[in-house]
Design a protein around this ligand. Structure first.
Ligand code: PLP
Length: 393
């Protein structure tokens, strides 16, 4: 038998994907399913953005484009980062256009990791953060982010997890799956910790513009943070552009130079007409209004769930209000059942699609992730069914 890359034996098939397959099969068999499992906005991409891509195609932008990204797009990204996060990046040297946020994360980790390096990642967190580090032969150390501490690691836990081989901390705020983010003061302390122990901070901020009350602080918005902080972002969630596959990396020049080589030698470039549509999305004022409307819709659905939770007063389903992103990480630990079993049974018995919390790490066991990137009607019906099911156990 020919050898395969053994690293892949360390990666579990995503429970999100497994659940999606099961839901598709049920739908194909004619079952009516309330789908609250996806991490994809239920809104269409604004039609003017689609037109911008079509125009670009018609003017001939259907060949290779610049690997770094068009200068006007990099400038638009720099302006966005300054406007929204108060951070300054040089569009010529410190920004790279990528194939979505996941690719930005891949390039960041590829650029800084040496096989055998230890990588600190909070638990729970989006599975790709760990899986990618493993693919790159990093050694992942999970740092518990318990619900009892608002899904943020106790500061001591970072210290406990630290080893002489630790090279990088991976953050994702607002978090998928919890919607949590820490205070500015906490991030400042983490920056000080990273400086003291000579660590990179890779911060996945794809949900950065989806917040409900307070605004999260970017990991790059601290004095002296820039030389050790790498920002990962994309247009997927904020502009309802998940299928366009366009994102960006903002980092010190020497990281961008590595990431550029990794990008050139793997994807060549992001499709030029997609880049033009992204420039339009980031800069056109009317598009910012559309994204504000989407944010308002998520906020309305969040309030809807919180209102129903107050009305139903369930002892079995504990609802922790998310501060950002578009998920609820519902606490069903009272049922003493594995989150995979809960999700399978809720799907089979109530017809609601969800993601088991254990897909995000050990700390997610007993939780289920429910998206509010679905219609108000589905969010309400799905949440009521979850509570009714839990109350029957
Ligand atoms: C935390 C997080 N980062 C990155 C991504 C991927 O984003 P993109 O579509 O820009 O690759 C996701 C998608 O679900 C996510 O949840």
């Amino acid at each position: 038998m020919l050898n395969l890359n053994t690293q892949f034996e360390l990666i579990r098939q995503s429970a999100t994907v497994a659940m999606a397959d099961r839901i598709l099969a049920l739908k194909a068999s004619g079952r009516n399913i309330v789908g609250l499992q996806v991490g994809d906005p239920d809104f269409g991409t604004p039609s003017a953005v689609v037109d911008a891509a079509l125009n670009a195609m018609q003017t001939g932008l259907t060949h290779y484009g610049p690997s770094r990204g068009f200068p006007d797009l990099r400038t638009a990204v720099a302006k966005k980062l300054l406007r929204d996060e108060g951070v300054t990046y040089d569009p010529d040297t410190e920004i790279l256009i990528t194939h979505g946020g996941i690719h930005a994360y891949y390039l960041a980790m590829q650029s800084i990791l040496t096989p055998g390096d230890d990588v600190l990642i909070p638990d729970p967190s989006w599975a790709t953060h760990s899986n990618m580090a493993i693919m790159l032969r990093g050694n992942v150390i999970r740092v518990p982010a318990p619900a009892e501490n608002g899904f943020i690691p106790l500061f001591d836990s970072w210290l406990k997890a630290l080893t002489p081989k630790t090279r990088v901390i991976v953050l994702n705020y607002p978090s998928n799956p919890t919607g949590a983010f820490p205070s500015r003061e906490y991030l400042q302390n983490l920056q000080d910790f990273a400086a003291k122990h000579n660590l990179w901070i890779v911060s996945d901020e794809v949900y950065g513009s989806l917040y409900y009350e307070e605004k999260p602080t970017s990991a790059g918005a601290f004095e002296d943070a820039k030389n050790r902080t790498i920002l990962v972002n994309s247009l997927s969630k904020s502009y309802a552009m998940t299928g366009w596959r366009v994102g960006f990396l903002a980092a010190p020049q020497r990281v961008i130079e590595h990431a550029l080589k990794a990008g050139q030698n793997s994807i060549t470039c992001v499709a030029p007409f997609i880049q033009k549509a992204a420039t339009f999305a980031l800069t056109e004022p009317s598009i910012q209004e559309v994204t504000a409307e989407m944010r308002a819709a998520y906020s309305r659905r969040r309030d809807l769930v919180l209102r129903i939770a107050r009305e139903l007063e369930s002892d079995s389903v504990k609802v922790i209000p998310p501060q950002g992103a578009f998920y609820f990480f519902l606490d069903l630990r009272a049922l003493n059942m594995s989150s995979v079993e809960m999700c399978e049974r809720i799907l089979d018995e109530e017809g609601v699609g969800l993601v088991p919390g254990s897909a995000f790490g050990e700390q997610g066991e007993g939780f289920i992730r429910m998206t509010i990137a679905a219609s108000d009607k589905d969010v309400e019906a799905g949440f009521r069914k979850i509570v009714a099911w839990a109350e029957k156990q």
